[in-house]
Design a protein around this ligand. Structure first.
Ligand code: DGI
Ligand code: FE
Ligand code: FE
Ligand code: FE
Length: 186
C-alpha cells in the first residue's frame, strides 16, 4: 500500500493530535530502519497503522480480545494495552494488510515481547522517541538510538516501567518479559 493511501485511511480512524504523533513515528521509524537495516517500507506501514485502534470503544476491543483468543490476561491489565493487539487484528481485517511482520510490529508496539524482531524494535522505539514526545529522559533515549538499538530499547522500557510503578500502576507481565529478555542478552 502506498504511503498517501495508508495515511488517508489512518487519518479517518484517529484524532488530529494522534495523526501528528503517527507522522512523527513514521519519519522516525523510516530513519531507524535505514540506520539498522530493517525493511524501510514495512517500517513505514507499521508506523502509519500502529495506533489505528487507539480510539475504538472499549467494549468493541474487549469483544475482539475474547473472540479472537488473544491473551486473556490483557483484560485484567490497563485498557491502554488493548489497542496494540486489537489494532493488528483490525488492520488485517479492515485495511487488508496481511504481512505478518507488519502486523506483529503493531501487535507488540506497546508491551514488546521476548525475542523481538528488528522491525518490532524499530516501531517500539520510534513510538517512544518521535519528535512530539516529551517524556522525562527521552533525549537520552534519542541519543542512544543513534548508537545502539538494544541499549535504546532497554532504556525506553526501563523508563516506562519506572513511570508506571511511580504511579502504582500494574505492569503487564509481557512488559517485564521484554525488559528481562533485553537485559539478559546484554
Ligand atoms: O499509544 P501510544 O500512546 O503512542 O503509546 P503505547 O502504545 O506505547 O502505550 C500506551 C500506554 O500504555 C502508555 O500510557 C503506557 C501504557 N503501558 C505500556 N506498557 C504498560 C502500560 N500500562 C500498564 N498498566 N502496564 C504495562 O505494562
Ligand atoms: Fe500505541
Ligand atoms: Fe510505546
Ligand atoms: Fe503510538
Amino acid at each position: 500500500m502506498e504511503r498517501e493511501k495508508a495515511l488517508a485511511v489512518v487519518e479517518k480512524a484517529i484524532t488530529k493530535q494522534r495523526y501528528q504523533h503517527t507522522l512523527g513515528v513514521m519519519e522516525t521509524a523510516i530513519s531507524l530502519a535505514k540506520r539498522y537495516g530493517a525493511d524501510v517500507k514495512k517500517a513505514e506501514l507499521a508506523a502509519i497503522f500502529h495506533d489505528y485502534a487507539k480510539f475504538r470503544p472499549k467494549d468493541e476491543m474487549r469483544k475482539i480480545i475474547i473472540e479472537q483468543n488473544m491473551p486473556k490476561d490483557l483484560l485484567e491489565y490497563n485498557t491502554e494495552l488493548w489497542h496494540a493487539p486489537v489494532g493488528a487484528y483490525l488492520v488485517e481485517k479492515e485495511v487488508g494488510i496481511s504481512d505478518k511482520e507488519i502486523l506483529d510490529a503493531i501487535r507488540y508496539h506497546t508491551s514488546g515481547r521476548e525475542n523481538m524482531t528488528l522491525l518490532e524494535k524499530v516501531i517500539y522505539l520510534a513510538d517512544y522517541i518521535e519528535p512530539g514526545r516529551s517524556f522525562p529522559g527521552v533525549d537520552e533515549v534519542r541519543e542512544l538510538a543513534q548508537k545502539d538499538l538494544n541499549e535504546a530499547l532497554v532504556q525506553s522500557i526501563s523508563n516506562t516501567i519506572a513511570f508506571l510503578m511511580k504511579k502504582k500502576q500494574p505492569i503487564y507481565p509481557e512488559t517485564f518479559k521484554t525488559y528481562n529478555a533485553l537485559v539478559m542478552k546484554n
